[in-house]
Design a protein around this ligand. Sequence first.
Ligand code: SF4
Length: 166
Amino acid sequence: MIGPEDIGGVHIKYLHHCRRQLWLYSRGFRPEHLSELVQYGQAVHDTSYTRMSPIDLGGARLDHIDGDLWVHEVKSSGKPTAADRAQAIHYCHRLRALGIPARGAILHYHKTRRTHRIPYDPSAHDHQARTDITTALDTITQPSPAPRLARHRCHGCSYLDYCWNP
Ligand code: SF4
């Protein structure tokens, strides 16, 4: 049975993008290898930011943490989303729970070569991170998936075929 410690960054990202996506992912349905966009994202990670050292936190795996305790995450998309921000806050929260006082996250957007900095604010982000974990667990343990999003919000999702061409 999945517990709070098992909730990782991908769970949180999917929670904020689409709860149906989170439910499918948590049930082990992983058609990511079919998605050209996901393959593109992996290639960006592998070739563009070679000095980053991924950190495995068990349930979560982040791209890099620097000597000033800023988390770095590489994004193959062009601009920040609420899901990106929630994922970054989740990683900082996880690190701080381990006694590593992460100062925040820097998101690197490959397409635009821009960065987006999110200082960690414990008074707001601790509560948000805990709420996200609880909501993700609640979503995952539902007997059936959430309804689909509107079709235009599904762009780039690995589950497009599953949801729209059954
Ligand atoms: S295709 Fe759309 S509705 Fe289906 S999981 Fe992806 S985002 Fe959600």
